[in-house]
Ligand binder design. Structure first.
Ligand code: 13P
Ligand code: SF4
Length: 324
């Protein structure tokens, strides 16, 4: 590729199945600059599975689901963490690596679940259900985590709920995740009314139509989908669990009922699997671009800070989860 640095040209071979050649030159300047800035700043980039392939496969150092990113944030040795994901993920990284500078390229990268609940709501739930432990999804603010007993992710929610050894728990704020976990355990779950704006849009009819149009397709769903959608799917799990399923089961045709970039990112490693691609975009995840990752590293912004007293309580809830 003329006019493109050798490092960027080598990277293209990794993503050529999911990024058209005509689009690639638009990315190469930023990729080269980011690779250089990471060395100068002693920085690493943690990227969620929903980041676009030019971020996920070309500049990220650590990739994964929310649980993996939280675990790996603790072990980072670099001075700076750039979180290519949404704000709650950057806060979680800061909670677990308080001595590091944690940057998020766009402060507006939020989450409809995090926006669905306030610390006051959590306190009211505690008053309404005295003595019932509160399990809070990591897709929440640090202030909400600080009011909780323990956190969970979609990858460990059942294990966290059952680890408490009680007959009833409150699980906030994703109603569908709570109902999907309730279907797998004897523990009674009191839910909240938050929804993911991306996964709530999938319907059981979508899956029936997909099966009719693509015979033999294997359907994987994220547990933030409504329970009726999960019931129609062949498997439900976190973004990492869906990716692992494709790697181990090697379905001939698969559809991932989740955010659009997931299929691109998984398809790179599985050229023999046919990906059917109805998907929904997360507008929050899509606020992160190569351009604003570059600017974040150039200007060392936007730094994630958490008030110390709140941070200590929120960290406890996350650390309890990681100990399960
Ligand atoms: P995972 O923990 O499965 O990666 O999910 C995070 C998320 O935001 C899904 O919408
Ligand atoms: Fe939040 Fe849904 Fe986007 Fe995940 S996909 S960050 S849960 S809005």
């Amino acid at each position: 590729m003329s006019g493109i640095s050798p490092s960027a040209a080598a990277l293209y071979s990794r993503v050529e199945k999911v990024i058209p050649a005509i689009e690639w030159p638009a990315f190469t300047d930023d990729i080269d600059a980011i690779l250089q800035l990471k060395r100068e700043r002693n920085a690493v980039i943690l990227a969620h599975n929903y980041q676009t392939p030019e971020i996920f496969h070309c500049v990220a150092d650590i990739v994964g689901d929310s649980l993996a990113l939280a675990r790996k944030a603790m072990d980072v040795e670099a001075d700076v963490i750039v979180l290519a994901g949404v704000h709650f993920m950057a806060e979680t990284a800061k909670l677990l690596s308080p001595g590091k500078t944690v940057l998020i390229p766009d402060m507006g990268a939020g989450c409809s679940l995090a926006d669905s609940i306030t610390p006051e709501d959590v306190r009211l739930m505690r008053q309404r259900h005295p003595g019932v432990p509160i399990v809070t999804y990591v897709n929440t603010s640090a202030a909400v985590k600080a009011e909780s007993d323990i956190c969970c992710t979609s990858g460990n929610a059942k294990a966290v709920v059952e680890s408490l050894g009680v007959p009833r728990v409150i699980m906030l704020p994703d109603e569908y995740l709570a109902r999907n976990i309730a279907a797998q355990t004897d523990v009674e779950i009191i839910a909240w009314k938050g929804h993911c704006e991306v996964h709530e849009r999938f319907t059981p009819e979508d899956i029936r139509e997909l099966r009719a149009a693509h015979p033999g397709v294997t359907v994987l769903a994220h547990p933030e989908c409504p329970p009726e959608v999960v019931a129609e799917a062949d498997f439900a799990g976190s973004t990492a669990a869906m990716s692992d399923y494709v790697g181990t089961e090697k379905p001939a045709r698969v559809v991932l009922m989740t955010e659009c970039s997931m299929s691109d990112n998984v398809a790179v490693d599985h050229p023999d699997v046919e990906f059917i691609r109805p998907c929904n975009l997360c507008p929050h995840m899509k606020r992160i671009t190569l351009g604003n990752i570059r600017t974040a590293l150039e200007q060392m912004h936007h730094q994630v800070t958490i008030e110390p007293e709140l941070s200590a309580r929120a960290r406890l809830a996350v650390e309890r989860m990681l100990a399960v």
